[in-house]
Design a binder for this molecule. Structure first.
Ligand code: NDP
Length: 325
């Protein structure tokens, strides 16, 4: 197996020297085990945020879609496809713990890689954030940032399915055009506008009922005062903060929280793990009906994992960043 090992903890923005490609000889699978071959691997922001959970010398964390190529486990026959948190490796031994078998009737027209994106963890994050945390209702106005990414692009589309007005921000004109194509009512390039406050006001003069927050930092501080009375905020992530070496401390608009009586809740997608099979079925149904488009940014070659990861953190991806082995 080829693996990517973490050589040292990230200090600020990750760099090439944080990773080392390493070969590993895997034994034959024992009784109850199988050998998996990675087809697609995922690079996600949480790998930057959670890297303290692995030690230097260990294989980088991450999910992949893999094919079972040898099996001594009847639940996972040869040829079946799974999603698992196997890490950055081309081949893995598994006893099935933590693996999800992709349903045998996964539609031909939907790439298996989508199980890492819109029809997988990021898609479920969008769904649960909107339904469980925000309780988004028809006719409401929603703001979402990092909107052209894996989670954000699904957030906006589900909000449109629910009959809402959607405003999204992203970091390039190509991403803004993509959001308009997806049906976002308003979209803007946060890197080229002169005033975020004025842009948010112009996009929705009455303010925002709901805010799906992926970015943190100044964006968050400027957006809060644009909420309506009793507005709801789902704090999903803070991509602008993950590479900071000194944590940012406000100022945050506490007065908006109080005087607008806002409700804010942070969440992790795994809180609703028990709903995942149903959630995946719903996302898949929307995709088959043509209501959910899950664009991907595919990098070819396992050797390019670190550059694909760093590229995603820099915003090179439109849609879900995946690596095809
Ligand atoms: P994306 O596909 O959105 O990729 C990351 C994007 O973040 C980049 O494309 C870039 O787009 C944007 N970005 C990078 N730096 C900045 C910055 N300084 N300011 C604003 N935007 C920036 O990733 P995901 O969809 O996988 O994740 C989106 C967010 O959701 C992250 O915060 C992540 O941590 C969170 N998340 C949370 C989960 C949970 O359970 N709570 C689960 C999954 C994800 P651009 O060009 O627009 O800058």
């Amino acid at each position: 197996a080829k693996t990517w090992v973490l050589t040292e903890r990230f200090e600020g923005f990750p760099k090439d020297s944080n990773f080392r490609l390493q070969l590993e000889q895997l034994p034959d699978p024992k009784d109850g085990e199988m050998l998996l071959e990675a087809l697609f691997l995922s690079v996600d922001p949480y790998m930057r945020a959670y890297v303290m959970r692995i030690q230097p010398g260990e294989v980088m964390m991450g999910s992949q879609v893999a094919k079972v190529i040898k099996s001594h486990n009847p639940s996972f026959p040869v040829g079946s496809h799974v999603v698992g948190r196997c890490g950055w490796r081309t081949h893995s031994l598994s006893d099935g713990a933590g693996l999800t078998l992709l349903q045998a009737d996964w539609p031909q027209e939907v790439s298996l890689s989508q199980a890492l994106g819109g029809i997988g963890m990021p898609g479920l994050t969008a769904l649960y954030g909107l339904e469980e945390v925000l309780d988004l209702k028809e006719g409401e106005t929603l703001l979402v940032n990092a909107a052209a990414g894996a989670v954000g692009s699904v957030v906006g589309q589900i909000a449109k399915i629910k009959g809402c007005k959607v405003v999204g921000s992203a970091g390039s004109d190509a991403k803004v055009a993509f959001l308009k194509d997806l049906g976002f009512d308003e979209a803007f390039n946060y890197k080229t506008i002169t005033s975020l406050e004025e842009t948010l006001k112009a996009a929705s003069p009455d303010g925002y009922d709901c805010f799906f927050e992926n970015v943190g930092g100044p964006f968050f501080s400027v957006a809060l005062p644009q909420m309506k009375q009793f507005g709801r905020i789902a704090v999903c992530g803070g991509i602008s903060l993950y590479n900071d070496t000194t944590p940012q401390t406000g100022p945050y608009p506490h007065t908006s929280m109080v005087f607008k009586q806002l409700k804010m809740e942070g969440f992790l997608v795994n809180r609703w793990q028990h709903k995942n099979p149903e959630g995946i079925r719903r996302l898949l149904a929307w995709a088959k009906e043509g209501k959910l488009h899950c664009r991907e940014h595919v990098t070819e070659g396992f050797e390019k994992m670190p550059s694909a990861f760093m590229g995603m953190l820099k915003g090179e991806n439109i849609g879900k960043a995946v690596i095809k082995v």
